[in-house]
Each structure stands twice: as structure tokens, then as C-alpha cells.
Design a protein around this ligand. Structure first.
Ligand SMILES: [Zn+2]
Length: 466
């Protein structure tokens, strides 16, 4: 460890201090950086120095080390087979953090951290690797140039935790701050989600996990689902207001990650969100404004609506760009006597599509669906008509079946615990009655996680009966 490595980085979580001077923070960080996965972000004015490792003492205590370019990993878990892999993953992550946060790779070339993976923390304590003022933490903790971790169930989740804590250290070192708690923890989770191929030694941070088995024990999707089922879901505004000490409860990691994933990909916020890295010194209320810069009231309502659609159907691989409400493409209109037919093209590769037809409670419409489209691409494409294919079901109805819904006005999305859309099966033909006022919408019956391999669409005719 050279002298540079021993430089003390001090930090504390205090927005009033954080906002005073960005340049001051960059040259001489003064803020407590106290993060963990299940980490308590310190709100008090603690200070911590980087740990100085007494190598002979540490080795005599049975702690081994694995050294990479950017990380030295110390552990007493001597039987682990993945130590070289953890170091390789961290080293590969540094360039990706640089690219994501628009930091020159050269600036991070000499950046080094010491990480302690502790099966028995008393062993580390005895040889001075745990400072006296380090708070208790359930999983991981990062401060200055140090990371402390407990081995997690499964190799994936231990790597995830290391990348999560590494994201915190990187942001503090190279951005000078972290942004409000939801952003700091949400981005650490978002970038911590990764795909690692040990054979080709390729790493992708910020990976959209397609299947739960790719991220064993991570469990954030389950948290969001469970909380909605229990009536304790969070709106975007709730997420923006999460306080720094809240992260003692793992639920907030789930919601903060979900918000970062949503805002990264939503067409209304993608540009603003990609610029937030430049504003991490701002206090939470000003930072929130940066997320919503130049959005009209209608667009903010649309955002809340799409957040509702997202969290109520959240799953691994949810494609937000396809899950947001779109407009159905109107086709030529025909009049038959008293009935007024309206026709639309409904795309098979998007979720709900709004027709612009406003229904009042009690209105009835008869709907017809015609045409063929693809709902899956395997060795053989799965071709489908409005009735769907009974080889697979989604939410109790055949995959690909034409579905209808009456979308209530956007401001009703503010009750996040109520699903905004209740789908009704249509198939080839169905008469439905509106249970409430709203706009008629259609889609084919498939999860927004699986729309990308669909092709084509169907023609939908709507006859308004009264
Ligand atoms: Zn954290």
C-alpha cells in the first residue's frame, strides 16, 4: 500500500454540508460515507480513517489476501473458490463505473481499495481491520477506501454486494458525493446487478436480469411485489422522500432500485436521469427537480401512471420502454347504421395501447379482433390470433389473447396500491361493460418481460353500443 492509498477520505451524510461547496468536497471530502447493503447510512458526524493493514499480523491471524489492480481482498474464508473471481470482477467494474459516470478512465487508473470479506469478524477486529467507530451492519459497509462484507448466500449475491459497495466508493471518490439516499442506494443496486461470464471473463454492470436464477438471493422484485400485495407500495414521490436512515430496512433497496430502473428507461425521464450524476451534490428537493426537469403536469401524471403499470406487473426482465402506455394506431373508420365502428391496429410487441375512446360507467362496447401475429420466437415462431395460444397462459388467460381494459384518469394512479388496469379477456369477440369512467385500451396477453420477440399485430374493431 503506498502513501496515496493511506490518504484519509472522510465523509459524512449531511446535505447542508454537502451542498456548500462541490470543489471543497472533491479536494477534501468531509462527509461520512457510511453505506451498506442493509447498511445504515450514518446521519451523525462520524469520521473514519482508512484502515492501515499490518500485513504480517494479518497473515499470522489466518487472513489471506488476493490482490488485483484496484482491490486487495482480505478474507478468513480460506476455502472460498471465488476469491480470484471477486477481484477480477471488481477490477473489470472500474472501467464500467468510469463509463457510466462519465469519468475519464485515466483518472481511476491508480484507484485502489481494501476489502475485508469476513467469516469471523472478531478475527479482523483483533488485528485492527475494524475501527472502533465502525457501526454495526448486517451485510456490507463502505467508507473511504475500505469495504467490509459478510459472505452472502450464493456466489452471485456476494459479488453483487461487493459491486454495490464499490459503487458507493467510486461515486464518493470521483463524483464527490452520492445524491439523495434513494439515488445513492438505487444506483448501487442498479449497477450491482450484473452478468458475469467466468469462461470469457466478461462483466456487464447495470444488467437487466432476465430470470431470478441469474441473481440468486437478490430478491428485490419479490420485495416490491410483496409490499404491493400488503398495501405498502411506494409512489415515485414516496421513493424520492426516503430518508438516509431508512436503509436499515431492506425494503427501501427494492423500491430505490425499481425507481432507478424505471427512470433510466422511461422515455420521459431517460435524458434527465442520465444527467443526474452531475448533480449529486444537490439536496434532495433540488435533485428531485432535476429528475422532473421540463416535464409538464400531464407528463408527470403519465409518469405516475406508468410507474403504477410497472410495479403492478414487475418481474425480471420487465422492459419499461415496452411497458409504458402507448397510443393505438387508428385505422379507417366505418359507419354502419346506428353503430359507430372504430378500428385500431394493436401492436403485439407493446403493452397497453390507448384508443382515445372515452367510456362512462355502464357503457358497453363490442370488440372484434382479427389478424395473425407472432408471440414468441423459438426454433419455430409461435403464430397467434386474437384467441391466444393455449400452450402457455399468462395471468389465467392464453398467451397472446386480445385483452381490453378501461384506464381511469391519470390522477388515480396516485393510489399506488391499486392496480390502475384490470384486464378483461376479449379473444375474437366480446361485449364488455365499463365498470368506471375511463379510456378504452388494448393489448395482447403477455408479460412486458417477454414482448421483445413478438412481431406484427392485430386489427381491433370497437362497436359502441350505448
Ligand atoms: Zn448501499
Amino acid at each position: 500500500m503506498n502513501t496515496d492509498d493511506k490518504k484519509i477520505i472522510r465523509a459524512h451524510w449531511d446535505r447542508s454540508v454537502a451542498s456548500k461547496s462541490e470543489s471543497r468536497l472533491r479536494t477534501r471530502p468531509v462527509i461520512l460515507l457510511a453505506f451498506l447493503l442493509g447498511c445504515v447510512i450514518g446521519s451523525t458526524d462520524l469520521h473514519a480513517d482508512d484502515v492501515v493493514v499490518d500485513e504480517p499480523l494479518v497473515a499470522a491471524a489466518g487472513i489471506i489476501r488476493q490482490t488485483g489492480q484496484h482491490i486487495t481482498l482480505y478474507t478468513d474464508d480460506r476455502d472460498r473458490k471465488d476469491l480470484a473471481e471477486l477481484v477480477a470482477v471488481f477490477d473489470l467494474a472500474v472501467n464500467q463505473w468510469c463509463d457510466h459516470f462519465e469519468v475519464d478512465r485515466k483518472a481511476a487508473a491508480d484507484w485502489k481499495v481494501d476489502a475485508f470479506l469476513m467469516a469471523d469478524p472478531t478475527r479482523f477486529k483483533k488485528v485492527g481491520l475494524i475501527p472502533d467507530d465502525l457501526p454495526k451492519f448486517p451485510a456490507g459497509y463502505a467508507i473511504g477506501k475500505n469495504i467490509w462484507l459478510y459472505p452472502q448466500p450464493g456466489n452471485y449475491y456476494t459479488r453483487h454486494l461487493l459491486l454495490h459497495e464499490g459503487t458507493h466508493l467510486f461515486m464518493n471518490r470521483f463524483l464527490g458525493n452520492f445524491g439523495p439516499p434513494w439515488f445513492s442506494e438505487g444506483m448501487a443496486e442498479w449497477l450491482g446487478l450484473h452478468r458475469w461470464d467466468a469462461q470469457t471473463r466478461s462483466l456487464q454492470l447495470g444488467y437487466r436480469v432476465q430470470d431470478r436464477r441469474e441473481a440468486d438471493y437478490w430478491g428485490r422484485v419479490k420485495i416490491v411485489r410483496r409490499e404491493l400485495a400488503q398495501g405498502s407500495g411506494m409512489s415515485l414521490e414516496d421513493v424520492f422522500a426516503i430518508g438516509p436512515t431508512a436503509f436499515q430496512n431492506v425494503r427501501f433497496y427494492g423500491w430505490s432500485w425499481a425507481a432507478c430502473e424505471f427512470l433510466t428507461h422511461h422515455p420521459l425521464t431517460a435524458k434527465n436521469f442520465s444527467r443526474l450524476k452531475r448533480h449529486v451534490e444537490l439536496p434532495a428537493h433540488l435533485f428531485r427537480r432535476k429528475v422532473l426537469t421540463r416535464l409538464s403536469r400531464q407528463e408527470k401524471l403519465a409518469l405516475a401512471r406508468d410507474w403504477n403499470l410497472f410495479v403492478h406487473e414487475i418481474d425480471y426482465g420487465y422492459d419499461i420502454s415496452r411497458g409504458t402506455l402507448a397510443n393505438a394506431e387508428p385505422l379507417e373508420t366505418e359507419n354502419h347504421g346506428s353503430s359507430n365502428d372504430q378500428k385500431f391496429q394493436i401492436a403485439a410487441d407493446r403493452s397497453w395501447q390507448a384508443t382515445g375512446i372515452q367510456l362512462s360507467k355502464g357503457d358497453q362496447v363490442t370488440i372484434f379482433g382479427t389478424g395473425q401475429y407472432r408471440v414468441k420466437m423459438t426454433d419455430q415462431p409461435w403464430t397467434c390470433e386474437s384467441g391466444g395460444v393455449t400452450l402457455r397462459y399468462y395471468q389465467g388467460n392464453p398467451l397472446g389473447m386480445l385483452m381490453a381494459a378501461v384506464l381511469p384518469p391519470a390522477d388515480e394512479a396516485e393510489d399506488i396500491n391499486q392496480a390502475l388496469i384490470i384486464a378483461q379477456p376479449v379473444g375474437y369477440q366480446q361485449t364488455i361493460m365499463a365498470n368506471h369512467d375511463g379510456q378504452l385500451c388494448f393489448r395482447i396477453n403477455e408479460s412486458p418481460t417477454d414482448l421483445s420477440d413478438n412481431l406484427g399485430g392485430l386489427e381491433v374493431t370497437v362497436q359502441k353500443l350505448k
